[in-house]
Design a protein around this ligand. Structure first.
Ligand code: SF4
Length: 382
């Protein structure tokens, strides 16, 4: 069986393990760990699979997924078999495509987040056929933590302490009673499709009036502060520079430290569940919450992405300490690494960079046609 490959030019399409995307460095195979968590065995198996079948590079995405890069077409099926053996992907491609679920990271077995996610995963077949990028956030801990993460439908905590269902782009949520959360979520997904949401592709762009049964009346609770690298109640939170880690480095970490599981987050930070204290500061990860690289986003850029005409991450690494605020270096106007505006944005175009301020990738630039040396000199990083 060969991979049903698509390239990254297709808009609104979202790759997954069963529908990999062709990138400049080979196939990109996305993995959505159930509940956003990999056991130690799964994490070690994923590293081995990424090394054997890919180029050994693993990306963490803004939807808390993992991407194995550099997979050859003849390695795709063996990689899929390895991921199935590790129970990291669904055997059914339709279910895998629908399992686009962000999970509040500090869930524990039996709490509201765990209960709702498990029920939603069991009922994926009841969802309608949604546009590829539509996703869910189950953020039912004591305080919402996924507010800045991409999701079209959220179950989150209200000020009152009860749960609400909130459609993206709406300030208020629909009150939920215990045990009906997934019924309502599925019903709202069907309303989205029936009211023409497919044409708008995302909930935030779909301004149809919510149905009468889904009157939104309730504000969500205030969001928690962002997760930072450093000691965490579950173990240790570690930053991944630009969301990338080499499988060899992750394997070394798993073998050196008392890690029993890894939880993915949408912020290029992973939480290592640990049975004891860490022995050392792992060099390939960010452990300092003041590291400027944490405020920089950069997609994979050239040569790995066929859309890119410029290098991205090395430039972002050099610039980050010299930039006040957030930095986004994007290989092209698509802006995969960051949907939100950044204080400084460099967008690749025809082998040069356009510079914009307080903007998204591809926004109207203040200066066009810069090369890397000019940018470094401009920010005092030469
Ligand atoms: S933003 Fe970066 S990764 Fe996304 S398509 Fe453009 S060059 Fe490729």
């Amino acid at each position: 069986m060969t991979a049903p490959v698509t390239n990254g030019v297709v808009k609104g399409w979202c790759p997954d393990a069963w529908r990999p995307m062709m990138a400049g460095d080979g196939l990109l195979v996305r993995v959505r760990p159930p509940l956003g968590r990999l056991t130690r065995v799964q994490a070690l198996g994923l590293c081995e699979a990424a090394t054997r079948h890919g180029n050994g590079q693993i990306d963490a995405t803004t939807r808390a997924n993992l991407q194995i890069r550099g997979v050859r077409e003849d390695s795709w099926r063996p990689l899929i078999d390895a991921l199935l053996d590790l129970a990291l992907i669904e055997p059914d491609p339709v279910r895998e495509a629908r399992a686009n679920i962000l999970v509040a990271l500090e869930w524990c077995v039996g709490d509201d987040t765990h209960r709702v996610v498990e029920e939603l995963r069991a009922r994926l077949s009841e969802l309608p056929d949604l546009p590829g990028k539509v996703g869910f956030a189950i953020d039912a801990g004591p305080t919402p933590v996924l507010r800045d993460a991409p999701a079209d439908f959220r179950i989150e905590r209200a000020m009152s302490g009860s749960l609400i269902l909130r459609a993206d782009g709406r300030d208020l949520g629909i009150p939920l009673s215990h045990g009906t959360e997934v019924d309502r979520l599925i019903a709202l997904a069907h309303w989205f499709v029936d009211s023409g949401g497919r044409a708008n592709k995302r909930m935030a762009r779909h301004d149809a009036l919510l149905p009468e049964w889904a009157t939104a009346t309730t504000p969500p609770a205030f969001a928690a502060t962002a997760l930072e690298p450093g000691p965490h109640p579950l173990g240790m939170a570690l930053g991944l520079p630009f969301g990338r880690i080499a499988a060899t480095a992750l394997t070394r970490l798993l073998e050196a430290e008392p890690i029993c599981a890894i939880r993915m987050t949408p912020w290029h930070v992973v939480i290592c569940e640990a049975d004891g204290p860490f022995q050392a500061n792992p060099a390939e990860f960010i452990t300092d919450p003041s590291s400027p690289v944490l405020h920089a986003d950069a997609c994979v850029g050239a040569p790995a992405c066929p859309q890119a005409t410029v290098e991205t991450r090395a430039l972002a690494h050099r610039l980050a300490p010299h930039v006040a605020g957030s930095l986004h270096v994007s290989g092209c106007a698509k802006g995969c690494a960051r949907a939100a505006p950044a204080d400084i944005v460099l967008t690749g175009r025809k082998g040069r960079y356009d510079l914009a301020y307080a903007a998204r990738a591809g926004s109207l630039p203040a200066v066009t046609g810069l090369d890397a040396a000019q940018i470094l000199a401009h920010f005092g990083a030469a």
